[in-house]
Ligand binder design. Structure first.
Ligand code: PMP
Length: 441
């Protein structure tokens, strides 16, 4: 029987009047959720009144939208269009399973030591060489931190940079988990529309002037969910704007290597002069999502701050995962694998587009990435389509969960990367026929 804090204590803690707490306790008493014992105070009723699903934890507070994405992912379906992940059959699983033994031979103490908080030094050196060669980043291994996926990087950067009520520019639509991360910190989200050819930079500048945002979160290359890519010229101008208005830019770049024909424009980080751009590169998508490896590139003056939030979170990512990744990353196998993957993804995208071309649905064919962002006729109800799809073992991401304003009604995200070519064709046909049934055509 848990004792509740006294009225006086709780009022002080919550910074409210004692009467307010007293009235709340009286209400709970009337509802038989608490009771008073021997005048010694208030106790939670043994009938299990405060059920666990009402847990009032700040992280499960009303800021966070119920994570619809994980709700959708929970349902096992045959035609999985909601995973922006690569088909496990296209990933180098065999290489890893054969290789892990060698890692233990090479590093016999790999499981009996922590990684450094910053991440394995050998890995950071390899990544540094790669970023300098590929993207001309001005960087040293000390400016790179290894995190457990880009999800962790984003969460830690948000905690490091954002205070409640700070303005945060965020693309509309965007990666749904990013909306939750910034909301949960109490940020004021300012949506910036992303179009097939980038942003309206006059609008971005007007927002920077007006709201003085702390940061702009963006995913400018084969953007999730739209697949759009911000052109090189805009990237440069955006970095100049960010530096002029002292607004951090978080550049989330997990899809860069997944291009179909030509390489995408350079990362914004390569235009950064004053250090306002932070670059996150995940290796989840096309190497091994289960390893949870991402790299964060930061200006030297930000490294110690990031070090603090990372050490509070977990004191460093697992060393074994970093070593396994390092040896794949440093071998020629990785480049060969990526090249094959590009072709396989392009084939799958084409299959889905071929099927969709029989409809009046609209989308912009992406030059890379894993998703099609598709507009359905407005008359069609997205909830009805999703419910019917789940019944038929199909899932997709309704556009509304990618919208910081939650207004997007007739868009959906279809990932073509996770299921086989055969299933992709069957599933797309099935989705189209269900949508026509619902629309009564
Ligand atoms: N950012 C974006 C834009 C994503 O699409 C994803 C995965 N869906 C992530 C971050 C998180 O990826 P991970 O943590 O696996 O690196």
């Amino acid at each position: 029987h848990e004792k509740l804090p006294s009225v006086r204590l709780l009022a002080a803690e919550l910074n409210v009047h004692r009467l307010t707490v007293f009235k709340a306790y009286q209400l709970l008493k009337e509802e038989k959720k608490v009771y008073v014992k021997d005048k010694s105070g208030y106790y939670v009723h043994p009938g299990g009144a405060m059920p666990l699903d009402n847990l009032d934890s700040p992280i499960v507070s009303s800021y966070v939208q119920k994570s619809h994405l994980s709700e959708i992912h929970k349902v096992p379906v045959t035609y999985q269009f909601s995973y922006a992940l690569i088909d496990p059959n296209l990933l180098p699983n065999r290489f890893f399973s054969e290789y892990v033994k060698e890692i233990f031979d090479l590093y016999p103490k790999v499981l009996s030591s922590y990684s450094t908080v910053q991440g394995d030094e050998e890995l950071r050196e390899a990544l540094c060489r790669y970023f300098m060669d590929m993207h001309r980043f001005h960087l040293s291994p000390e400016d790179i931190m290894i995190t457990s996926g880009s999800q962790q990087a984003l969460d830690l950067l948000a905690r490091m940079l954002v205070q409640p009520r700070d303005a945060v520019l965020i693309e509309r639509p965007t990666y749904s988990a990013a909306i939750d991360i910034f909301r949960q910190l109490g940020a004021q989200l300012i949506p910036v529309e992303i179009h097939p050819n980038g942003y309206d930079l006059d609008q971005v500048e007007a927002y920077m002037k007006r709201y003085k945002p702390r940061l702009f979160y963006l995913n400018p290359t084969y953007h999730n969910p739209t697949g759009y890519t911000v052109p090189a010229e805009q990237r440069k101008q955006l970095v100049e704007l960010a530096e002029r208005y002292r607004c951090f830019v978080i550049e989330d770049d997990p899809f860069r290597d997944m291009y179909f024909e030509s390489e995408p424009p350079p990362p914004l980080f390569s235009y950064s002069v004053e250090g306002y751009v932070v670059y996150i590169r995940s290796f989840s998508k096309y190497v091994a999502p289960g390893l949870r490896i991402a790299a964060v590139c930061l200006h030297p003056s930000l490294v110690s701050h990031f070090f603090t939030v990372k050490s509070l979170a977990d004191n460093g990512s697992p060393l074994l995962n970093q070593k396994i990744f390092l040896h794949y990353f440093s071998s020629s196998r990785m480049q060969q694998h990526i090249e094959k993957l590009r072709t396989a993804l392009n084939v799958r995208k084409t299959i889905m587009e071929e099927e969709l071309s029989a409809t009046a649905w609209r989308w912009n064919s992406p030059a890379g990435g894993l998703n099609l962002w598709v507009k359905l006729p407005e008359s069609l109800s997205m909830e009805a389509l999703l419910a019917k799809s789940i019944e038929q073992s199909i899932s997709f991401v309704p556009g509304s969960i990618c919208d910081p304003l939650k207004e997007t009604k007739s868009w959906l995200r279809l990932s073509y990367s996770y299921i086989s070519e055969k299933q992709l064709r069957e599933g797309t046909k099935l989705l189209i026929s269900m949508a026509s049934e619902l629309a009564g055509t």
